[in-house]
Ligand binder design. Structure first.
Ligand SMILES: CC(=O)N[C@H]1[C@@H](O[C@@H]2[C@H](O)[C@H](OP(=O)(O)O)[C@@H](O)[C@H](O)[C@H]2O)O[C@H](CO)[C@@H](O)[C@@H]1O
Ligand SMILES: O=c1ccn([C@@H]2O[C@H](COP(=O)(O)OP(=O)(O)O)[C@@H](O)[C@H]2O)c(=O)[nH]1
Ligand SMILES: [Mg+2]
Length: 582
């Protein structure tokens, strides 16, 4: 097959990439609310940005072309950024560049979707083999893109509103209903949902009724080239040289992340104040570093943490540093005795992994994915509350193991802390890599392609299409099975000596002989479905996969679960593609 003819694979098809058989050739990756090219650690740019960039780079290096679609937030952003071979970032204009918060973005979904679909429309049908949406806002667009592009949808939530709302920081506003509903819709529509940990997988099933078979757990990674162990004293020298004031022989406790109540940096400050109250001599040694910028509801009061430090009387020990990355961030981790992650929730918590990769133990809240990111009593400690006294005890036990009375550090904390070792932290972090995450994503992509193809086949109906020369290709008769329709197409193509490749059960790519122009090789199935809802029906509780008919006719007595009960005819691409000759 010529290089110029793209082979879409999936469901056992051929793949010319090193990503493995059945992997997509080109992925449309949606990252609407924040760009992978933004500096993480402030505003909405956090672990998701790191995740998207790291995995997109690795997919591209394995031969999967990746196009990231994000919303342009500056007139300076060019429409297209070539990040590296195989990886493009497209800045889509959807609403004003500046001044929109995350809660304003639902109003821009239509504009963003139009931008994505316009890009797609400039290409031959079947150009993108898969859509991967990140965060619920992108998922909304992904859902539409799936249908218009005829490509499977994989979705990663990164954070779930229902989970967040169950553990809000004091005074923190709840995530709005529109997000909860929006997330539910995406859960219902996606071919595969990627969960960061088994904890999140369980939450998707329990709180959103996700089909367990549609949830794939893929743990995030850490940049093991950047975040490596190093000499603490050397890192401290580097920080001092860069203007960070550290006392002699310091005890450095650090927070890294977006500054907002959910991340609870206040817990670290309160615990530090408590440590100083317990042991005033510490004042000459204690340094609390807070690295990051305001985010989320923290934007309303960007100085709140500085104010709290003042109220606690610890302004002299706390240093606020603006967001940084790469080697500079690695030095912050290495310079620290402990990195604290006191969040009220984390679907994972990349900071915890990065610190450990640098050989620094982590004291983290025992919430969400942090119980996977940190091994209690080995790579750090997990604290079951946000009470300053519990945090002071845990921080003291790890950073100052020989100090503290039994009142201050209970034996259970002390004994767990005794097992915490930098080498354990490094070893644990080394189990996570972005390459491993990329393997997991490719697994999810292959499953999604199969599920998508199966859904299309299961729908039933008749197949029709045209070959590269515009001649009709159709299945034998109305009502014949889709498998029969596919076989008819195969027969027809063979009869015409057209070389073809099976994409997934529902897709073909055909090498067209002749003049080098594109030709359409596409078809559609159509069939009556009983119900346009893909949600499970209480009367006929079989959950169907997207693209397939539901088992509920809408007329089923007792049907309550379907949002739309009318019968409708669904038409969707079931095979197709374009061939291009050299
Ligand atoms: C708090 C949390 O669970 N963070 C996750 C997540 O990160 C961010 C989160 O999804 C933010 O959404 P929101 O504050 O509205 O709930 C997004 O705005 C940020 O861009 C995300 O970075 O994803 C990380 C990677 O999967 C994960 O490690 C982190 O725990
Ligand atoms: O000054 C900073 C603060 C944070 N980060 C990065 O932001 C990400 C935060 O991810 P995490 O999963 O911990 O939390 P999120 O922000 O996604 O909730 C991590 O990769 C950090 O390295 C950064 O690059 N510079
Ligand atoms: Mg098109």
């Amino acid at each position: 097959m010529s290089d110029s003819l793209r082979v879409v694979t999936g469901g056992g098809g051929r793949s010319a990439t090193s990503a493995g058989s059945g992997s997509p050739r080109r992925v449309a990756l949606l990252s609407l609310h924040t760009s992978p090219l933004e500096q993480p650690g402030t505003g909405d740019a956090g672990g998701m940005n790191v995740y998207v960039l790291q995995t997109a780079r690795r997919l591209a290096r394995r031969g999967v072309e990746v196009e990231v679609f994000t919303r342009a937030t500056s007139s300076e952003h060019p429409p297209l950024v070539r990040v590296e071979p195989g990886l493009l970032v497209r800045n889509i204009i959807a609403g004003p560049f500046e001044g929109l918060g995350k809660n304003d973005l639902p109003a821009q979904l239509c504009a963003f979707a139009a931008g994505v679909l316009r890009v797609e429309a400039r290409h031959e049908p079947g150009y993108y083999d898969l859509v991967h949406s990140h965060y619920w806002l992108s998922g909304q667009v992904g859902w539409l893109a799936r249908e218009r592009m005829g490509a499977p949808l994989v979705h990663t939530a990164h954070t779930l509103a229902r989970v967040k709302n169950a553990a809000l920081a004091e005074g923190e506003p709840a995530e709005p209903r529109v997000r909860v509903i929006g997330e539910q819709q995406v859960v219902d529509e996606a071919d595969r949902l990627v969960a960061n940990t088994s904890v999140e997988a369980e939450q998707l099933v329990r709180l959103y009724g996700a089909d367990p078979a549609a949830v794939v757990t893929v743990e995030p990674g850490v940049d093991l080239d950047c975040f490596t162990p190093g000499e603490r004293s050397e890192a401290r020298r580097t920080l001092r040289a860069a203007g960070v004031v550290l006392p002699p022989d310091p005890v450095v406790l650090t927070f890294v992340g977006r500054i907002q109540p959910l991340k609870a940096p206040d817990v670290l400050l309160r615990a530090a104040a408590r440590l100083l109250a317990e042991e005033p001599r510490l004042r000459g040694r204690l340094a609390v570093l807070v690295v990051g910028g305001p985010s989320g509801s923290g934007l309303q009061e960007p100085e709140a943490l500085q104010k709290l430090a003042g109220e606690l009387g610890i302004t002299d020990v706390v240093t606020f540093l603006p967001p940084r990355s790469g080697a500079e961030l690695a030095d912050v981790y290495r310079a620290s005795d402990v990195v604290a992650v006191p969040s009220h929730n984390e679907s994972f918590g990349l900071v915890a992994l990065e610190a450990q990769a640098c050989g620094t133990p982590v004291v983290a809240a025992d919430v969400g994915g942090l119980s996977v990111a940190v091994v209690d009593g080995s790579t750090g400690l997990l604290v079951p509350s946000h009470a300053p006294e519990d945090w002071a005890a845990a921080l003291r036990a790890v950073a100052l193991p020989a100090t503290g009375s039994p009142d201050e550090v209970p034996e259970s904390v002390r004994s767990r802390a005794a097992g915490v070792r930098p080498e354990n932290a490094v070893r644990h972090a080394n189990d996570f890599s972005w390459d491993r995450t990329t393997d997991g994503l490719l697994r999810a992509y292959r499953q999604a392609a199969l599920a998508f193809g199966r859904g299309v086949r299961d729908a039933g109906g008749a197949g029709t299409g045209t070959d590269g020369e515009g001649r009709g290709v159709s299945s034998d008769a109305d009502g014949s099975s889709p498998e029969e329709a596919v076989r008819t197409v195969e027969r027809t193509l063979r009869d015409r000596d057209l070389d073809f490749d099976h994409a997934s059960p529902g897709r073909f790519l055909v090498r067209l002989p002749g003049n080098g122009s594109n030709g359409r090789v596409a078809g559609s199935w159509s069939g009556a479905t009983g119900c346009s809802s893909r949600r499970s029906c209480a009367a006929a509780p079989t959950r169907t996969r997207p693209g397939s008919t539901t088992s509920c006719s809408g007329a089923t007595p007792g049907c309550t679960g379907c949002t739309t009960r009318s019968t409708r005819t669904v038409t969707s691409t079931w095979w197709g593609g374009w061939g291009r000759t050299p």
